[in-house]
Each structure stands twice: as structure tokens, then as C-alpha cells.
Design a binder for this molecule. Structure first.
Ligand SMILES: *Cc1c(COP(=O)(O)O)cnc(C)c1O
Length: 398
């Protein structure tokens, strides 16, 4: 069994250790929820202050031209693109992941008009599946088939998450993408739980979506992104035909006419203040070696599984290569166990009905954090501290 000193030695040798200082982390907290809401980068407050006081306060409406607000969906998309294996002019930023899912699936259906099956994963983060259900109900005449059925030969589109939000199981993106495309369907990847935790490459996919407030640390409500493969830029249509995707928004024409390139997938006015926070987070990512992020992520999650040992059974894959940057366990008193942990400074989250989930953001989680979290978890279980009745009352957000 590793001692705390061993963990400190691992930290001393960690090539990413200096990034921890770039984040604001409250004293006494081990924050293992960076897969739900990433921590605050130190530089963000100043960047947001500038957006508020200098740009909005100082330039007023001139900010649209002179502070770059108008082009944010595309300029921020170009900065984000390398994190998902995409190139310039292939990613648009804005709205939310749910909306990007809708745009991607709707566009895919129009590109495969002869096919009437949408393949979706019933275990996916529910909003993705809900958006598919709403779209299918609106259009009528579509069958939704679960990904587990494994049949794509009559499917228009397959929507799947690279990393499962609950178990952390990771799909092999290149092999699934080619299987789907060989069957004549279009592939949409959701990379919410992989972007910022590993090297992501969706360049072979038809579309990809993801959020920026999890491992990317863009802040609560940070805008999402949509990747559209360049082979579809001239033909794919944006079902949410707002004025930002128009060829000439300021001509105020009566009829919708799509812009060229990725711009046609913009919808409407960007959330300028949220973009400022995301920009600050991307300043950090520009300096991060992603291969080292993945190596550390695999080491952190493996260490946690080892330290917890037989006390709990992981539902996450045992092979680090088949896992995202999280470890989940099943426990019948999962909700109470998590509340007891949070009371002791170890923050993970609970996913109904019985999953304890711990996310490891390699930029700011240390090996010592992993040691401390495992020790606290073992104590809560050994001494049955979670049985305290104050942990049974449910809070609104888990
Ligand atoms: C976090 C997450 C979302 C979030 O969707 P919002 O539209 O930002 O609320 C969507 N899909 C997946 C797979 C996620 O993990």
C-alpha cells in the first residue's frame, strides 16, 4: 500500500505539477468534481473584469466590432479546435451541448433523407437522448434504436458519447466511427467527458459536440461547441436558422440564406461574458501537453482504484486505456456516502440510483489528493459514518 509520502514523491516528479497554481482551489477541499464543473483558473477573474469594465463599460455597442465579440463563435472555435483534433474553420462555439446535439442530429437526418432510424445510447447523459426524442417527435416517422442493438445499416445517424458519464467507460472513437460510416450512417460524437481529459480526435466523424465547463474549466454556463466535418460544410443545413448563421446578418433580408463554411452553424448572439471566461481557460490549455494529461489521468484513476481496493467495487473499466478520467463505484447507500465525504472535504458526486462518481482533472488534482480522498472514503465506509441520519435528506442538486 502506498503511503502519503509516496504520493508526495509522485507529485514532486509530476511534469504537470505547476499547473495547479493556475487554479483557485478552496483550502481543505479535495475537488473530484472537475468532470461536472471545472475549477476556476486564476486568470479568469481579470479577463472577465476586462470584458465587463473595459469592453462593455468602455466600448458599449462598439464592442461588437472592436472587442471581437461578433466573431467570438468562430475565433474561439479555432482556438478550441486543436483540443478535439479539428482544424481552423471547423468548430463553432455557442449555445449549449443540448442545442448542438439537436443541430448535429437534425443536419445529419437531412443529409440521409432515405433513412428513418436514429441510433442513440439509452445510457448516454439523458439530455442527448431527450433531444433526439424531441426531434424525432417533431419530424415524425423516425425510429430511435439503442446503440447496444449494434445495427447501423439502415440508420441515418449514430449519436454516442466517447466517455460514459456514469461509468467512465470509453469507446474507441476511430473504430466505432468507421463501422458506422461503412454502414452508410453519419457519426456524431459527444466529447463532454473526454475533451480536456485526454487527446480527442473527432476529425473523421461527421459532427461532434461538447461542453466547455467540465474538464476545460470555462465556468458555469460556458458555451458549448459544434464540430462539422468540412465535407459537409456546403451541404449540411442548420435547423436552428438564426440570424448569426445567415450569409449577411446585417443586410436584414426577409429570407434565410445560409453563410458559407462553419459560420452557418452559428445561431444567435454570443454570450459575451461567458466567452471571456472560456477565453481565459483556453489561455491555459494552449500551454498544456495533452499526452501528459492523459498519462497522469490514467495514473491518478489507477491509484485511486488500487487504494480503495476491495472496499468498493468499481463500475469503471479496470483497464485504464478503456476509461475516461473518472472512477465510479456502486454502493446502496451511495447518496449518504457522498454526503459524508463532502462533509469531510472530499467532493465527488452521486448519480442515481447508486453511483458514487469521482473525477480527476489532471491539471489540478495531485497524487496526494488521491491518497487523502481514498483514506477518507475508507474511513467513512469502515466506521459507517455515512449512516448518520443527517446525510439521508436529499438536496436538489447532487
Ligand atoms: C454535461 C453533458 C451535457 C450537458 O448539456 P447542457 O446542454 O450543457 O446542459 C450534455 N451531454 C453530455 C454527454 C454531458 O456529459
Amino acid at each position: 500500500m502506498l503511503s502519503r509520502d509516496d504520493c508526495l514523491a509522485l507529485d514532486a516528479a509530476d511534469p504537470l505539477r505547476e499547473f495547479r497554481d493556475e487554479f483557485v482551489l478552496p483550502e481543505g477541499v479535495v475537488y473530484l468534481v472537475g468532470n461536472s464543473l471545472g475549477a476556476l483558473p486564476r486568470r479568469t477573474a481579470e479577463r472577465v473584469r476586462r470584458a465587463v469594465e473595459d469592453e462593455w463599460g468602455g466600448q458599449l455597442v462598439g464592442g461588437w466590432n472592436h472587442a471581437g465579440w461578433y466573431d467570438q463563435p468562430l475565433t474561439t472555435g479555432d482556438r478550441l479546435a486543436p483540443l478535439i483534433g479539428a482544424g481552423p474553420g471547423q468548430v463553432v462555439v455557442g449555445n449549449t451541448t443540448s442545442i448542438a446535439v439537436y443541430q448535429a442530429v437534425a443536419a445529419a437526418l437531412r443529409l440521409r433523407p432515405g433513412r428513418r432510424v436514429i441510433v442513440s445510447d439509452v445510457r448516454n447523459f439523458p439530455t442527448d437522448h431527450y433531444m433526439v426524442q424531441g426531434l424525432a417527435a417533431l419530424l415524425g416517422g423516425y425510429e430511435i434504436r439503442d446503440f447496444a442493438a449494434g445495427r447501423f445499416d439502415d440508420a441515418a445517424v449514430v449519436l454516442l458519447s466517447e466517455v460514459d458519464y456514469r461509468t467512465g467507460a470509453r469507446h474507441d472513437v476511430p473504430s466505432v466511427t468507421s463501422r458506422v460510416q461503412e454502414a452508410g450512417a453519419l457519426m456524431v460524437w459527444d466529447v463532454c467527458h473526454s475533451v480536456g481529459a485526454m487527446e480527442v480526435d473527432v476529425s473523421a466523424a461527421d459532427f461532434a459536440v461538447g461542453c466547455t465547463y467540465k474538464y476545460l474549466n470555462g465556468g458555469p454556463g460556458a458555451p458549448a461547441f459544434l464540430y462539422v466535418n468540412p465535407r459537409h460544410h456546403a451541404t449540411a443545413e442548420n435547423a436552428l436558422s438564426g440570424w448569426y448563421g445567415h450569409a449577411a446578418p446585417f443586410a436584414f433580408e426577409a429570407d434565410y440564406r445560409p453563410a458559407e463554411g462553419i459560420r452557418r452553424f452559428a445561431v444567435s448572439t454570443p454570450h459575451v461574458l461567458s466567452f471571456a471566461a472560456l477565453e481565459a481557460a483556453l489561455d491555459v490549455w494552449e500551454r498544456v501537453p495533452m499526452d501528459q494529461v492523459r498519462a497522469k489521468s490514467m495514473a491518478l484513476t489507477s491509484l485511486f482504484i488500487d487504494l480503495v481496493g476491495d472496499a468498493l467495487e468499481p463500475v469503471s473499466p479496470a483497464d485504464a486505456a478503456a476509461r475516461g478520467s473518472q472512477v465510479s463505484f456502486r454502493h446502496p447507500g451511495g447518496y449518504q456516502v457522498m454526503r459524508a465525504l463532502i462533509d469531510r472535504g472530499v467532493h465527488g458526486d452521486f448519480r442515481a440510483p447508486d453511483i458514487l462518481r469521482f473525477g480527476f482533472a489532471p491539471l489540478y488534482i495531485s497524487y496526494a489528493d488521491v491518497c487523502d480522498a481514498a483514506a477518507t472514503l475508507l474511513e467513512v465506509l469502515d466506521k459507517e459514518l455515512w449512516r448518520d441520519e443527517r446525510y439521508a435528506r436529499r438536496l436538489a442538486v447532487t
